[in-house]
Design a protein around this ligand. Structure first.
Ligand SMILES: Cc1cc2nc3c(=O)[nH]c(=O)nc-3n(C[C@H](O)[C@H](O)[C@H](O)COP(=O)(O)OP(=O)(O)OC[C@H]3O[C@@H](n4cnc5c(N)ncnc54)[C@H](O)[C@@H]3O)c2cc1C
Length: 536
């Protein structure tokens, strides 16, 4: 690696980030720190490869942060007869429950049947039987049927005479896919990987007609460096096409991008529900999360910049209209905020929601020159298996003898030991976020009385988490801490009451000036405003 120009430092910890990366060459440089890029970094590092990972924003801040946050085979894909995808994801659901028990937790879904439900209960029950059969190796309970009376007792939203019964089945939830991505980064780093967020790949370097590395720019201080790598992986998801164009001048046209949004409302259901849109019969979810109900998602073709995707008034109206039968009193004024993200699907014609979510790994041509491995499509649920496929392809390219993939059997850092039983209050909150790494947060909390304090009386989060975020979890912007290291961003005010105290702690750790601190607060306020764009 050759380091280039360094301009004025953003903060004292960040000035030397690129200079600090271990000496070249790397075996593999990964572009894109979403769940898939982070998973690849971990797999490759655990197999002993020399790994570098570059994310132009924060780890897990792209599509990964805009998902419905369920770890599932996908009931919807049964209709598309996509059994290979469903089976892979059901196997991976089990793997994630095992390697990340603090982040991935079982969740029971109810499918209520009403008079006039557009899908036949018989067909749904047959689908659930098949779903159970495809997850023959699961640890989760099997499906069950609920009578009308049992369905009404199960959830407040179902207390209506119109309910004829329900079917129930288990999948899993991941409240923070951002932390799931991050724990992959942390494990990769513990196994020698160099990982840098806020660092964009801006060009490739070529040798003998093949890609031989990438040029990267640190977004925090403008410094640039050339990284030599024997293989470069493009794991930029919805950014795939523009990144290939920028780095290689090609436009492969192999990704179909669709936008999906959620609306977040005050709690209107205690249980996760599968619903069918009364507008077009599409399958939707209403899921309890951090005290609210998340309703989504949409699936519409999108050709703009993924970073600019927003929920529009039309998107919000569609969702509200779709669920009016079950939540009649829910209106636009109840929507606390929205999320929006862009799926990158392997190009296929037809209706947006009928396009397969199966991934594809292509080594070199025809998508990119030799030396670049492209990964397209995929879901959060299958990220570990996708990372395994990519790392296998990288090992083949590098000509290294086959090294066994270890990620299915090796717990993520927070899942390494069992947490002590019987913890409550703040400790319980910390274990849910950090798993057994919560002990490290508590050690910081005990080191100074001010670190034990809550950031704001309304939240369980404490000051020590900010310090831990900066020192141990690559937290460099205020939004990293609020949205991606904690669940503060999912609260009704999106963590705004914690923003000033958290910014003050980050300022003292990172040496921000008062102007930089104010700029961080303004930037976060702007992010909140974007979630309200549909009101315009
Ligand atoms: C609305 C919605 C709901 C979904 N729900 C679910 C669900 O419930 N369960 C599930 O399993 N899946 C779900 N998915 C799918 C899932 O979210 C995605 O498949 C997954 O997050 C993709 O991860 P990724 O790493 O490929 O992409 P991303 O998370 O988008 O990561 C790509 C990264 O590349 C970075 N990048 C771009 N250009 C550069 C560059 N030049 N240099 C460096 N970095 C760069 C970006 O900043 C970005 O962070 C959902 C998707 C959507 C849109």
């Amino acid at each position: 690696m050759r380091c280039g120009r360094e301009s004025s430092g953003y903060n004292r910890r960040q000035v030397t980030r690129l200079a600090g990366i271990q000496a070249a060459p790397f075996d593999i440089a990964i572009i894109g720190g979403g769940i898939i890029g982070c998973g690849i970094a971990r797999d490759a590092a655990l197999r002993g490869l020399r790994v570098a990972l570059f994310e132009r924003s924060d780890f897990g801040s792209g599509t990964t942060s805009a998902s419905t946050r369920i770890v599932h085979g996908g009931l919807r894909y049964l209709e598309m007869l996509d059994f290979r995808l469903i089976r892979l994801d059901l196997r991976e659901r089990e793997t994630l429950l095992r390697i990340a028990p603090h982040l991935v937790k079982p969740l029971e879904f109810l499918i209520p049947f009403f008079n006039g439900t557009p899908v036949s209960p018989l067909k749904l029950r047959a689908g659930l039987a098949l779903y159970d059969a495809l997850s023959y190796d699961k640890s989760l309970p099997s499906r069950r049927s609920l009578s009308a009376e049992e369905a009404r007792a199960a959830d407040v939203a179902l207390r209506t005479p119109n309910v004829r019964g329900a079917a129930a089945y288990h999948d899993a939830r991941v409240d923070s896919p951002e932390r799931l991505a991050l724990e992959n980064v942390i494990d990769a780093e513990e196994h020698g990987a160099a990982v840098v967020n806020y660092c964009e790949a801006i060009a490739t370097t070529m040798r003998n007609g093949a890609i031989a590395g990438v040029r990267v720019r640190d977004a925090l201080n403008g410094s640039e460096a050339e990284i030599d790598a024997r293989a470069v992986v493009n794991a930029t998801g919805a950014w795939f096409e523009p990144v290939v164009q920028q780095l290689t001048g090609r436009r492969p046209g192999r990704v179909r991008s669709t936008k999906g949004i959620h609306i977040v409302c005050p709690a209107v259901t205690d249980r996760a529900l599968v619903l069918f849109s009364s507008v077009d019969q599409r399958l939707l979810f209403a899921i309890p999360r951090v005290g609210h109900t998340w309703i989504g998602t949409t699936d519409t073709d999108y050709d703009g910049d993924p970073a600019q995707a927003r929920a529009t008034r039309e998107d919000v109206d569609y969702l509200l209209k779709s669920v009016r039968g079950i939540f009649p009193s829910l209106g636009t004024e109840d929507v606390l905020y929205t999320t929006a993200g862009v799926r990158a699907l392997v190009m296929q014609g037809g209706r947006e929601s009928s396009v397969s979510r199966m991934h594809k790994v292509v080594d070199g041509e025809p998508l990119a020159p030799a030396g670049m491995i492209s990964v397209l499509g995929g879901k959060i649920t299958g990220y570990r298996a996708i990372a395994e496929d990519v790392t296998d392809a990288a090992c083949r390219r590098l000509g290294v003898p086959h090294r066994r993939c270890l990620t299915a059997k090796t717990p993520l850092p927070g899942g390494r030991d069992s947490p002590p039983a019987g913890h409550t209050g703040v400790m319980s909150h910390l274990y849910n976020l950090y798993g057994t790494r919560a002990a490290q947060v508590m050690a910081i909390a005990r080191s100074a009385p001010e670190f034990e304090r809550r950031l704001s009386p309304g939240y369980p989060d404490i000051a020590a988490q900010v310090i831990f975020g900066v020192r141990a979890e690559h937290c460099v912007r205020l939004s990293d801490f609020i949205r991606r290291r904690t669940l503060l961003g999912a609260s009704a005010d999106q963590g705004w009451k914690a923003a000033a105290p958290a910014a003050a702690l980050m300022a003292s750790e990172l040496g921000w000036t008062p102007d930089q601190t104010a700029a961080e607060l303004s930037a976060y306020e702007l992010e909140i405003e974007r979630t309200q764009a549909f009101r315009a």
